[in-house]
Ligand binder design. Structure first.
Ligand code: NCD
Length: 305
């Protein structure tokens, strides 16, 4: 049985097959609408979520399966002190597959060790968010036509932003990806990702503070929210939160074919006036998230259509 804890749990070939499947689902949704009949997905969310939880649920419903779960730690037995290990043993009796989001890094991994059903990490603290990465890869491959041979700017909270950590891990495996890491000094990419993943991969990268200095050369701009919930004090958050605001003026500096991605939710980092720019693809990206989660559920359950 396979779990998904980090994007590296899938080889590049497995990832390719998964993205192909997601594209086929997008093209022929009705072919898949009964493929998970009788199967249940549990969503165990100890941290807030809109897109990830609901897109998992929509994905399972689109496949003809059913869903159960909870959307906050307060409404689960965690509030009575139950451990993740005990919870997952119980959930294994009720469901065929589960997606877990937890504020503690490594909690889904602990769960996977005690689980008799596939566990998908739906975000663990500031660590990893592999299904957002699958969404990002599908979006890039579908709209840019390739994975590799491009320059990507990652902008915002690179310290706490788990989507960035997972995306970098996944992208270094493709040819010729140049990274521009755009963040304030205090929110720079952690050393374990900068040195342990980027430097080690041999891919070209550099760090910038000003978005204006990087934007003209980018093929892709991945914006992120400052992760308020991971700050130790509110004052630091307030100082950092509006450090970057992508607006129509800055978009004028960008290439005609640069794509803007964002895992969402957005706060102020992209002005709403950018939404009408054809280069802004973050809402499409959310739609791709459903197709790729459908493909993932089918793959982990070993269901062939
Ligand atoms: C992201 C997350 O939860 O890390 N959201 C998401 O899943 N789409 C990004 C964020 O919360 O900023």
């Amino acid at each position: 049985m396979k779990h998904l804890m980090s994007p590296l749990d899938l080889s590049v070939e497995e990832l390719d097959r998964l993205l192909d499947l997601a594209n086929d689902i997008e093209a022929h949704p009705s072919r898949y609408s009964h493929s998970c009949e009788g199967k249940k997905l549990a969503t165990l969310f100890y941290e807030p979520s809109t897109r990830t939880r609901l897109s998992f649920e929509a994905a399972m419903l689109n496949l003809g399966g059913s869903v159960l779960g909870f959307s906050s730690a307060d409404s689960s037995s965690a509030s009575k002190g139950e451990s993740v290990s005990d919870t997952i043993r119980i959930i294994s009796c009720y469901a065929d597959i589960c997606a877990m989001r937890h504020p503690k890094e490594g909690a889904p991994l602990v769960a996977s060790m005690k689980s008799s059903i596939p566990v998908i990490n739906a975000g663990d603290g500031g660590h990893q968010h592999p299904t957002q990465t699958l969404t990002d890869l599908l979006t890039i491959r579908s709209l840019k036509g390739r994975l590799g041979d491009f320059t990507i700017g990652l902008c915002g909270d690179l310290k706490f932003g788990r989507t960035v950590h997972s995306l970098i891990q996944a992208l270094v495996r493709y040819p010729n990806v140049r990274f521009v890491l755009i963040s304030p000094e205090e929110l720079r990419l952690p050393d374990n990702v900068r040195d342990g993943v980027l430097k080690k991969s041999g891919q070209e990268f550099r760090e910038e503070v000003r978005l204006e200095d990087a934007i003209p050369e980018l093929d892709l701009l991945y914006m992120t929210r400052v992760q308020r919930e991971r700050f130790f004090n509110e004052e630091d958050y307030i100082r950092m939160k509006d450090f970057y605001i992508l607006d129509t003026e800055k978009m004028k500096l960008a290439r005609e074919d640069m794509l803007v991605l964002h895992p969402l939710p957005r706060v102020n980092e992209i002005s709403t006036e950018v939404d009408d720019d054809p280069r802004a693809v973050y809402f499409k990206q959310a739609q791709y998230g459903v197709y790729v989660r459908m493909a993932l559920i089918l793959t982990l359950l070993g269901i062939e259509v």
